[in-house]
Design a protein around this ligand. Structure first.
Ligand code: NAD
Ligand code: WQD
Length: 342
């Protein structure tokens, strides 16, 4: 059974391609390589023994996207990861974010309708909730005003998918990821942040390996037990596995609504200091860090209510924080080894 994975050479996409192949699916990747490398395709093959088909297409290009669908019939479902994802960059270049994330989605959905592909899984984000009033946050929590153009593209995308699927023969699953971290246990694939990382965990591992001088902890005066902000970190392989379940659910028509929404997290909240302590424990190192002002646009705390995903999908995130941090650290060390061998 053929699955199209857009953004499949990216961080979460590549881990999902591996899990799909290991579950017997045939995978075609579309990516424009704007934030990933072609070598990921070979690295996926190193893990699974199967080289996924790769098409370098910019999904903003309606003609090329349509030609792809004409050429590739019998696609059973689409998992749409392709998007720009940097919150800070989206504030500087909002139009690039709206153009890339919304246009790509529209072109994919047009292809779905024209070529009668019924099943669609979308990468959404916990960012759609903003700072929730109640924690853990459930899928029915109100969608608050977006804190960034990036977050807004996810809110708009969710609406576009709901509107489209209610009129067309498309069943959709919107997966709201919390904070994905870590890398594949083989260390053949992982996150490849280009330039200075914005996210906490790559910044921690890059500081520990000596690429960065010091981690700045954004805010020590939050209303949390240790004063630092709280998030729900989830291992990328656990996240990837949920996509295999989601696409299978759609293919086997187990979905209850035309568009279903699931939170993907562990259900546990950890503070920035918890994450650092876990890193220090698994690595045996002392991390160089200091406290600075809060980062603008950051929320104080969020973690998922995963009851719906656990019950309906029969899926549960398995890796705890220490395992996630060990995986992230092994990945950083593997990247350093590759650099030394060059
Ligand atoms: P990523 O940047 O590693 O992967 C996205 C991939 O999409 C990249 O390989 C990029 O080259 C490709 N792409 C972007 N625009 C494209 C276009 N116009 N045409 C074709 N390919 C294009 O990001 P990721 O972390 O793997 O995120 C995947 C998805 O998950 C994104 O939609 C992101 O918004 C969402 N998400 C990510 C996180 C996170 O923290 N990583 C959290 C919540 C949601
Ligand atoms: C985690 C915590 C920071 C870096 C972002 C997006 C969100 C989603 C996931 C896509 C926060 C603190 C960070 C640093 C720090 N992505 N931190 N020093 O902000 O929860 O979410 O990625 O949908 O939309 O906003 O993740 O990893 O950047 O930060 O103290 O150098 O670590 O303030 O409390 P965030 P993050």
């Amino acid at each position: 059974m053929k699955i199209l994975v857009t953004g499949g050479t990216g961080y979460i996409g590549s881990h999902t391609v591996v899990e799909l192949q290991q579950n017997g699916y045939e995978v075609i990747i579309i990516d424009n390589l704007s934030n990933s490398y072609l070598s990921v395709v070979d690295n996926i093959e190193k893990i699974t023994g199967i080289k996924p088909v790769f098409e370098q297409i910019d999904l903003r290009d309606e003609t090329k996207t349509n030609e792809f669908f004409k050429k590739n019939q019998n696609i059973a479902g689409i998992i749409h990861f392709a998007a720009l994802k940097s919150v800070g960059e989206s504030v500087e270049k909002p139009l690039d974010y709206y153009q890339n994330n919304i246009l790509s989605l529209i072109n994919i959905l047009k292809g779905q309708i024209e070529f009668k592909i019924n099943n669609f899984v979308f990468s959404s984000s916990c960012t759609v909730y903003g700072q929730p009033d109640e924690l853990p946050v459930t899928e029915s929590a109100p969608i608050k005003k977006a804190l960034s153009p990036y977050g807004h593209t996810k809110q708009i995308s969710e609406e576009i998918i709901k509107n489209t699927s209610s009129n067309a023969n498309i069943n959709g699953i919107l997966l709201r990821y919390f904070n994905p971290i870590g890398a594949h246990e083989s260390v053949h694939i992982g996150e490849l942040p280009i330039g200075t990382p914005n996210n906490l965990v790559p910044f921690i591992t890059q500081t520990a390996i000596g690429k960065r001088e010091m981690l700045k902890i954004f805010g020590s005066d939050y209303n949390t037990p240790d004063g630092t902000a709280i998030r729900d970190y989830i291992h990328v392989t656990d996240l990837a596995k949920a996509h295999v379940v989601a696409i299978g659910r759609l293919i086997n028509k187990k979905n209850r609504e035309k568009t279903e929404v699931f939170n993907l997290g562990t259900g546990n909240g950890f503070s920035v200091l918890d994450v650092i302590k876990s890193f220090e424990k698994i690595s045996g190192l002392n991390l160089n860090y200091k406290f600075v002002d809060r980062r603008s646009g950051d929320i104080e705390r969020v973690w998922a209510d995963t009851t719906f995903a656990n019950k309906e999908l029969g899926w549960i995130a398995e890796k705890n924080l220490d395992k996630m941090m060990l995986s992230a650290w092994k990945w950083e060390q593997a990247l350093e080894q590759v650099k030394r061998n060059k």
